[in-house]
Design a protein around this ligand. Structure first.
Ligand code: BGC
Length: 236
């Protein structure tokens, strides 16, 4: 008898919304995409209550994947710049595991999104252009957790996120923002020597870069789809 393929409950936690969807083991959606506004203040307790609410609407999952906008190591949230200080040092994976009695994996939201796109060969980098600037780096399909390029000081006392996040897009306009993006990509190439770069996120639709065989624009705007492939990396 063939073994039942696991169904993943994929979750994305953002500054404005928390989202949830069931995925088959290939990362294909098998439920609607459910969403609630991020509760205020976005403390661990309030966010977990919102997750409980959404979870009532789904049944039949074997494991849980969560994308979170901060530094995550071994299921613990270490930063959460756009959420609440209560997340610093919070054992999020074990809290959800106890609540829902399923195995749980958590990674940075950009990293989860990247898992849906990467090929698992060489050094691959992901940038997500949304409200914030997400970043992740992998070697042969394994994530190196903790990269926060967005908060790295770049030019004139401002960070990469200040230039390339949503506020930067609004401040500089499409043309200048694209110029900064091209410069930032060049910096990442010099710093990380990636073999391939993937760029996603809601603002990726504004990109006007010339095509480059080493750069792929990823069309899906949210991170939920990478939730199944997160289970391919056993070091998460
Ligand atoms: C956070 C990152 C996150 C990115 C995109 C940044 O502000 O620090 O952890 O990946 O926003 O959500």
């Amino acid at each position: 008898m063939s073994k039942k393929k696991p169904i993943t409950l994929a979750i994305d936690i953002g500054g404005t919304g928390v989202k949830m969807m069931l995925l088959d083991d290939n990362g294909k959606p098998i439920s609607e995409r459910l969403r609630l506004p991020t509760p205020q203040p976005p403390t661990p307790d309030n966010v977990m209550q919102a997750l409980d609410e959404l979870r009532k609407q789904v049944t039949g999952f074997d494991r849980v994947s969560i994308g979170f906008p901060g530094v995550i190591k071994q299921g613990i949230t270490h930063t959460a710049a756009n959420l609440d200080p209560g997340w610093i040092g919070f054992p999020f994976a074990s809290a959800i595991r106890k609540r829902w009695r399923r195995p749980v994996r958590i990674a940075n939201d950009a990293a989860v999104q990247g898992f849906a796109a990467i090929r698992g060969r060489g050094v691959e980098m992901v940038l997500t252009l949304g409200t914030g600037l997400g970043s992740a780096i992998y070697t042969n399909g394994h994530l190196c957790p903790g990269l926060e390029l967005g908060h790295h000081p770049w030019r004139k006392g401002l960070t990469y996120e200040d230039y390339l996040g949503r506020d930067g897009y609004e401040r500089y306009g499409k043309k200048k923002w694209n110029k900064y993006l091209a410069k930032a990509i060049e910096q990442t190439a010099l710093t990380f020597n990636w073999d391939h770069l993937y760029i996603g996120g809601g603002n990726a639709k504004h990109i006007t870069l010339d095509p480059d065989p080493k750069i792929t624009l990823v069309s899906n705007a949210d991170g939920l789809l990478g939730g199944a492939a997160l289970w391919n990396d056993n070091e998460i």
